[in-house]
Design a binder for this molecule. Structure first.
Ligand SMILES: O=P(O)(O)OC[C@H]1O[C@H](O[C@H]2O[C@H](CO)[C@@H](O)[C@H](O)[C@H]2O)[C@H](O)[C@@H](O)[C@@H]1O
Length: 247
């Protein structure tokens, strides 16, 4: 279910597995992917939450896992990167690539040339594909979308993902719902009630999977208002379990 998220009830951290989107959920959206401001204390908060949940806290992001590690250093969590195209089952484990194809270099070259024609457009390369960002040139988004749609129509192994002011090429079958399911099938996540939180259409598969598995899928805008409120709720969960400083 979505709707307003309840005040964390007593003992909740012992029962839940937490799956968190990153951009727009834990950190505010910024003009460019590299311009985010990671709040002071976010790493500490997520570390406290991971301890409180017995390690059952994971990130499900469109960013590569290496990028998440860089922003949250020294913290490492279990994580899915590139919308599930990479999976790190344990904080100290490897980032396993999905058995999926990489998009043709030619597509990336075309996207780069296309971006050069639209001041402000930005290509973000990822292990299996790329995102084409248009936050600085919103008027160009329809043209960028159409151009990438024509590319993926050449090869059914790929699909387009429509994200926040961006469009992304990624392998078909990769999505955050499958990543959540894979983590939830193994310790320390297995047997816990999944709570997934996300802000974008790219999170909907994970929210649906959490609900289908007897848990909750919360949209930031509907249930929390903004990332600050998400962080406050997560801190309350950790605090209730004695794993975070008093508010
Ligand atoms: O699944 P997420 O963790 O939310 O990642 C989704 C994408 O986030 C980043 O792009 C988005 O956030 C940028 C910074 O706020 C913003 O400038 C951009 O417009 C958004 O699309 C990231 O760059 C992508 O790789 C992620 O897929």
């Amino acid at each position: 279910m979505s709707g307003v998220v309840p005040v964390p009830p007593r003992g909740i951290a012992r029962r839940i597995a937490v799956f968190l989107d990153f951009d727009g959920t834990l950190v505010e959206i910024a003009p460019r992917p590299d311009a985010i401001v990671v709040p002071l204390g976010l790493s500490r908060l997520l570390g406290d939450l991971a301890q409180a949940t017995g390690g059952a806290t994971a990130l499900l992001s469109g960013r590569p896992i290496s990028d998440l590690d860089r922003w949250l250093a020294p913290l490492r969590l279990a994580a899915a990167g590139c919308h599930g195209a990479e999976l790190r089952r344990r904080p100290d484990g490897p980032a396993e690539p999905a058995a999926a194809p990489c998009c043709p270099d030619r597509w990336l070259e075309l996207a780069t040339r296309l971006a050069a024609r639209h001041p402000g457009a930005l290509v973000e390369r990822k292990p299996f594909g790329f995102a084409l960002h248009a936050r600085a040139c919103p008027g160009a988004l329809p043209e960028l979308r159409d151009a990438l749609a024509a590319l993926v129509a050449e090869d059914r192994r790929f699909r387009l993902l429509h994200a926040h002011m961006a469009v992304e090429v990624l392998p078909r079958g990769v999505h955050k719902g499958a990543a959540l399911a894979a983590l939830l099938d193994q310790p320390p996540f297995a047997g816990r009630v999944p709570i997934a939180i996300g802000d974008d259409v790219t999170d909907e598969d994970a929210l649906a999977e959490a609900r289908a598995r007897g848990g909750h899928g919360y949209r930031v805008g509907e249930s929390f208002r903004d990332p600050g409120a998400v962080r406050a709720w997560l801190a309350a969960v950790a605090r209730e379990a004695g794993h975070a400083p008093a508010a």
